[in-house]
Design a protein around this ligand. Structure first.
Ligand SMILES: Nc1nc2c(ncn2[C@@H]2O[C@H](COP(=O)(O)OP(=O)(O)OP(=O)(O)O)[C@@H](O)[C@H]2O)c(=O)[nH]1
Ligand SMILES: [Mg+2]
Length: 191
């Protein structure tokens, strides 16, 4: 649940970018960091291997200005997508106020995307949460892939809860801010 510091007049919300390995989660944060106004973002912290795979998590603080007299700060995290790091994903998901599920549209990654989504549901359930109540946004990334799975199929297989969804090419920034705006709105609406 969001951390509300009444004395400081601040609300801190945690957004977790979740999805299969190599799907574009870190690319989302990189784009936000380089294109959001400088006053609104802090340092992007990424902990990666020499081959750019996220090893533990990425972290980016983002200042959204003031809502109802409170300064709203979002803490954007990514999980490491490689199957090996499930325990790290459990840790990073803990205390999330909202989740962006970054699906990899490439046909060759369809199975990995479905498995990642099942894992997300399972981990949230174990933490006493559910995708029907947790603010959730889908991002269908890598739409530039020549073999991209059609969006209606991704919708049918993943988005059972009717969550907002966006197509994206995270490397060029397409869809990155619409996704972020949607999850922010859902979280603030819930607060
Ligand atoms: N063509 C294309 N490449 C992309 C897109 N998004 C990300 N990539 C590339 O895919 C690779 C993986 O992207 P990352 O953002 O590191 O993926 P990740 O989900 O953080 O991966 P892990 O940290 O291993 O879980 C990188 O080489 C990116 O440049 C996209 O929309 N289109
Ligand atoms: Mg990453």
């Amino acid at each position: 649940m969001a951390l509300i510091n009444v004395a400081a007049g601040e609300v801190h919300c945690k957004i977790v970018y979740y999805g299969p390995g190599f799907g574009g989660k870190t690319s989302n944060l990189t784009h936000v960091h380089s294109h959001a106004p400088a006053f609104a973002t802090g340092e992007l912290v990424t902990i990666a291997t020499e081959t750019e795979r996220t090893l533990f998590f990425d972290f980016l603080p983002l200042d959204l200005g003031t809502v109802e007299g409170y300064r709203v700060r979002f803490h954007l995290f990514t999980v490491p997508g490689q199957p090996l790091y499930e325990r790290t994903r459990v840790t990073v998901l803990n205390g999330a106020d909202g989740v962006v599920f970054v699906a990899d549209s490439q046909r060759s990654r369809f199975k990995a995307t479905l498995q990642s989504f099942q894992e997300l549901s399972r981990i949230l359930a174990a933490q006493g949460k559910s995708l029907t109540t947790m603010p959730l946004v889908f991002q269908y990334n890598k739409r530039d892939a020549p073999d991209a799975v059609p969006v209606p199929i991704l919708e049918a297989r993943l988005n059972h809860v009717g969550a907002p969804s966006f197509t994206a090419v995270a490397t060029t920034g397409v869809g990155v801010f619409p996704t972020l705006r949607a999850i922010s709105k859902l979280i603030i609406g819930k607060l």
